[in-house]
Write a protein that binds this ligand. Structure first.
Ligand code: GLY
Length: 283
């Protein structure tokens, strides 16, 4: 099986390149997804994921992340994770080392620290300055771009992962779609994987990732499944065209798909050729 990876947004280029590097040297899709997402989480310039991610209304960074591994349909997730940048790796440890699927808040933080993750100040000087400006003016950049990665490895196994700081200056305790199975991500090793980015409240109301995988199970290509699902949602609630929601999918055969409610979405895809970046037309 030829390995394939797909990742969200412009920063997904480096993420996808890292995932492909691991896939092409024989790593599992589980390893490739984690390693790819870590590139984004560790980059302080990316202000929607990991270290340097946007804080909540009280100036505290609360991260959401999840990873779903096709073999055994295994899932690990964290939500509202404070003081730890490597949310995807903590999510993977939930998958591997606990009988649970999702740890939240203080429990997720304590679990991470007990497993050797170092607590740190998650605000960069720039992200702190942006939050202080928002406190004064109430004006914020609307973007809240989640890194999502889907990968297919040489054994034909699939994995999906997500990581985000969520909506900028959100209410403390707000959880988005990214750590929620069926909403921010889904993976069925016999069919395909899907993930979502954008307005979490819209994505979770339509359980988009599960729906996309179910469309693929019924015989639709990943592109048809993404477009059908997004069209269904924006037809049901046309306000979704004013606030971006986006989805990606990867089939068991290596075909991929993507769709967006609004202009501005890009994906990075990698197979045997160089990783490419593509703009996705809105539905
Ligand atoms: N899609 C990320 C969020 O809404 O938190």
């Amino acid at each position: 099986m030829k390995p394939v990876a797909i990742a969200t947004w412009r920063f997904g280029l480096a993420t996808c390149e890292e995932a492909m590097k691991h896939l092409l040297s024989g790593a599992t899709a589980l390893d490739a997804v984690e390693r790819g997402i870590r590139v984004t989480e560790d980059d302080p310039e990316i202000d929607t994921v990991g270290y340097g991610g946007a804080p909540n209304a009280e100036g505290i960074v609360e991260l959401d992340a999840a990873i779903m591994w096709g073999p055994g349909r295994r899932l690990g997730a964290v939500s509202g994770l404070r003081d730890i940048a490597e949310a995807i790796s903590v999510a993977r440890l939930v998958l591997e080392n606990t009988p649970h699927c999702l740890l939240t808040g203080i429990g997720a933080r304590d679990f991470a620290i007990a497993n050797g993750f170092k607590p740190r100040n998650m605000l960069t000087p720039e992200s702190k300055a942006r939050w202080e400006e928002w406190k004064k003016t109430g004006i914020a950049n609307e973007s809240h771009d989640t890194v999502c990665v889907l990968a297919l490895d040489k054994n034909g196994d699939l994995c999906a992962g997500t990581s985000t700081s969520g909506i900028r200056y959100k209410m403390p305790g707000r959880v988005g779609d990214s750590p929620l199975v069926g909403c921010g991500l889904y993976c069925d090793n016999a069919v395909g994987a899907a993930a979502a980015t954008g307005q979490g409240e819209d994505i979770m109301r339509y359980a988009m990732s599960f729906r996309i995988v179910e469309e693929m199970r019924r015989g639709h290509s990943p592109m048809e499944a993404c477009r059908n699902t997004m069209e269904w949602a924006v037809t049901d609630d046309p306000r979704m065209r004013n606030r971006i929601s986006c989805v990606i999918a990867l089939g068991k055969d290596g075909q991929w798909g993507a769709a967006a409610s609004k202009k501005g979405f890009t994906v990075a895809t990698g197979g045997t050729d160089e990783v490419q970046q593509l703009e996705i037309d809105p539905v």
